[in-house]
Every structure is written in structure tokens, then in C-alpha cells.
Design a protein around this ligand. Structure first.
Ligand code: UDP
Length: 381
């Protein structure tokens, strides 16, 4: 079969590879001049630092099959994400752990004492937290919420944490020990030569042809037996029902001679600092050494039509519009919507790969059975 992958990011590459290995003829198109989507990495010409061009991407997973998959294409070197945050004139460790709690309150509590102490700060009248704010007040209480989460979240999402779902905060743990690893997953690492090198190898198969700087037009779909579309779901329909809301990011890139901040990610918890965080890219490759440094000051704002969409907003209004697009998508034939943009979800890289592998399996099973491939393997709703 002749298959088209729209988007040369993780979804397009992983599905494309599986299809090529199954003997199909795969074309991958991307409107950007590079593969890798938002995971794209590139060495800075002046300093030699590997830059996460579209912001920090740290690979972490509990999925052994996905971990084996990525290690097949690239060497992953040990990397632990240890995030710091600046608030109230001090630097603290995230996620909130025993060190953060003791430093914040000027105490020397042991785990059980800190647990009881924090429970006293927490608003226990909230039994079933619905919003981000309720979730924070229930689990860490008002002081830590105000210092670390309220301002940051306001800047990141452009609205009050009262209007955001609790699920966003559930991404972050609270620890009653000194473990300051941001993620709890079994496997964590960074690709030695960057994500783009890994994706290049995934795409390196005689059955795959890649065309970059090529904007996809829906009319092209007619030349293929099936399309895997990793572009924005509303874009497939020319935004005819309206635009699904996203946050976009602006990166103010600057160079520094030496070590600018001593860590890869420094968050800024206060609302009056206009950026959410500063990333210093050389710290994402701790096995390398560079004199010069490349940093990004990261600003979040509403995504306009010509901006790059990053974070799907998924509040009540967006969910309604999403429902309407999903209903339209389900009437389409010959296309499957995949990935972060195609299914309008906040996806980690490992989940994206897992879903891409599943999508490929489902497609091959339908092909064998002679049945129709659905528009979604994973529902966006
Ligand atoms: N968050 C926060 N303060 C921080 C870091 C995160 O309030 O210092 C909140 C914020 O709302 C963010 C969410 O927790 O959107 C998830 O954070 P994560 O670090 O997973 O975000 P990502 O790195 O994916 O942007």
C-alpha cells in the first residue's frame, strides 16, 4: 500500500517505520525544514551545545517496550531531571520534597513529621478536588501553593488555577523524602546525539521517503491508500468550526560564557517575573563539556494562527469544539489522526511512541482482516 505520514515527529516516524517494515511504501511530509517535530535537537554552531530547539524534552517511562524501542535507535545516557525553582528570593528543589518543605518552613522535620505538618496546612474540607487550585490546597496547603504553583500556573496557562483541571497538577508528585528526581519512572535518560539523530535512524529505511518544507494539502490524500495525520485536528478541516485553543511558547535565546545557572531547568514561581522558566541546554548533556552556554528564557502565551501550537488547553469550551471535530473526523475515510496535535492531548514522548506502536498494530490487523481502519485508535475525548 501507499501510505502517507503527515508530520515527521515521533508519531509519523514510529508508525512510518512499522509500516515500511511490513512492506508498505511510506511517504513522510513535514512543513518544517527538519524532522523531529517539537523534539527537534540541534547543535549550536558557536558553542557546540545540543539545543532542545522547541524547549526541554526529557525521556522518562515505565514502559519497558518503549524504552527498548528508543534504545534500538539511539544510545540513551543517564540523566535525572532535577528542577529548581526561584521564589521569594530563595532557590528551592522541585518537585516539592522534604528538603523543599524543611527549607521553606525553616524546620528539620523527618518524613512522618512533615507529613503530619503538611496535612495541618492542607484544606481537608476539600474531599474531591476538581480544580488545580483545590488539588494544590488539599495536598500542600496555601503557603506552598502560593510560592510554587499559583504564579507559575497563571503564567503558563494564562488563567487562574481555579479554572484549570486538577489533572494538570497531578503530573507533579509531593515527596516526604529527599528524592528530588522530577519523575518517578523506572527508565530515564537523554539521547546521546539528540532526538533528531534518533528519529533520523527510525526513518532510515528503504521503504520510507521524507519530504521536508512541504506543506500538506488535503487533496494529496487522494494519492494514498491511507493517511496518518499528526497535524492539528482542526487544521484537517480548515478550522471550519473554529480553532482549538493552544498555548504557544516564545523562547528568548541568549548565550553565556561559563555556567549561567548551574542546572538545566530553573522555574520562576512568582507571577511578576514574566517568564516561567530558564533552561540551560548544556546541562541536558551532562556527559559533554562546553565553555559556552545556550539558554532559553521561556514565555507562554495564547497561540495565534501563525504560532506553533504547544499545549492543548482542553477547558470546557475547547472540549465542546473538540467533540464536534471528533464527530466530523469519525465520518472521514482513509485517515487516522495521531499524536499530540492529531488527538489534541498533552502527551509525553513515551506515550506518543506507545500509541504510535499500537496504531501501527491496529492498522496491520485491519489490513489482514480486510476491515476499515478507524479515524482514531486513541479517542481524543
Ligand atoms: N507547575 C507549577 N510550578 C512549577 C512547575 C509546574 O505550578 O514550578 C504546574 C504548571 O501548571 C504546569 C504543571 O504543573 O503546567 C505541569 O508541570 P510540568 O513540569 O509537567 O510541565 P511541562 O514541563 O510539561 O511544561
Amino acid at each position: 500500500m501507499k501510505l502517507l505520514m503527515v508530520g515527521a515527529g515521533l508519531s509519523g516516524a514510529v508508525i512510518g517505520r512499522a509500516m515500511a517494515e511490513a512492506g508498505h511504501q511510506v511517504t513522510v511530509v513535514d512543513s518544517r525544514p527538519h524532522i523531529g517535530g517539537n523534539c527537534h535537537t540541534e547543535r549550536d554552531a558557536d558553542t557546540g551545545v545540543m539545543v532542545h530547539v522547541y524547549g526541554p524534552h526529557i525521556f522518562h517511562t515505565d514502559d519497558a517496550e518503549v524504552w527498548d524501542y528508543v534504545n534500538q535507535y539511539e544510545t540513551f545516557l543517564p540523566y535525572k531531571n532535577r528542577v529548581k525553582t526561584t521564589s521569594g528570593g530563595q532557590v528551592f528543589a522541585l518537585p516539592v520534597n522534604l528538603h523543599t518543605i524543611n527549607q521553606f518552613y525553616g524546620k528539620t522535620m523527618r518524613p512522618d513529621e512533615a507529613r503530619i505538618f503538611l496535612e495541618e496546612q492542607a484544606d481537608t474540607s476539600i474531599t474531591d478536588p476538581q480544580t488545580f487550585e483545590e488539588q494544590a490546597l488539599r495536598f500542600v496547603g496555601p503557603d506552598l501553593y502560593e510560592a510554587f504553583f499559583k504564579g507559575y500556573t497563571q503564567k503558563q496557562w494564562g488563567c487562574s488555577p481555579r479554572d484549570l483541571p486538577a489533572s494538570i497538577l497531578k503530573r507533579l508528585p509531593v515527596r516526604f523524602n529527599y528524592d528530588d528526581n522530577y519523575f518517578f519512572h523506572r527508565f530515564q535518560g537523554m539521547p546521546e546525539n539528540g532526538y533528531t539523530a534518533m528519529i533520523e535512524r527510525i526513518l532510515d529505511h528503504p521503504g520510507i521517503t521524507v519530504h521536508l518544507s512541504q506543506r500538506f494539502e488535503r487533496a494529496q490524500a487522494a494519492d494514498y491508500d491511507h493517511v496518518f495525520y499528526a497535524g492539528p485536528l482542526d487544521g484537517w478541516f480548515d478550522f471550519d468550526l473554529g480553532r482549538l485553543g493552544y498555548r504557544t511558547l516564545d523562547f528568548e535565546r541568549f548565550s553565556y560564557q561559563g555556567d549561567y545557572q548551574g542546572c538545566a531547568v530553573m522555574n520562576y514561581g512568582e507571577v511578576d517575573v514574566p517568564y516561567t522558566r530558564i533552561t540551560e541546554h548544556k546541562h541536558f548533556s551532562p556527559w559533554e563539556s562546553h565553555e559556552g552556554s545556550v539558554c532559553y528564557r521561556e514565555f507562554s502565551r495564547a497561540c495565534e494562527p501563525d504560532d506553533i501550537p504547544y499545549y492543548p488547553i482542553r477547558m470546557v469550551a475547547e472540549k465542546e469544539l473538540l467533540g464536534a471535530y471528533v464527530a466530523q473526523a469519525n465520518t472521514q475515510k482513509g485517515v487516522t489522526f495521531v499524536g499530540r496535535l492529531g488527538t489534541y492531548r498533552y502527551l509525553d514522548m513515551d506515550v506518543t511512541i506507545r500509541e504510535a506502536l499500537e496504531t501501527a498494530k491496529v492498522f496491520l490487523a485491519h489490513e489482514k482482516a480486510g476491515t476499515a481502519m478507524p479515524a482514531f485508535v486513541v479517542s481524543p475525548l
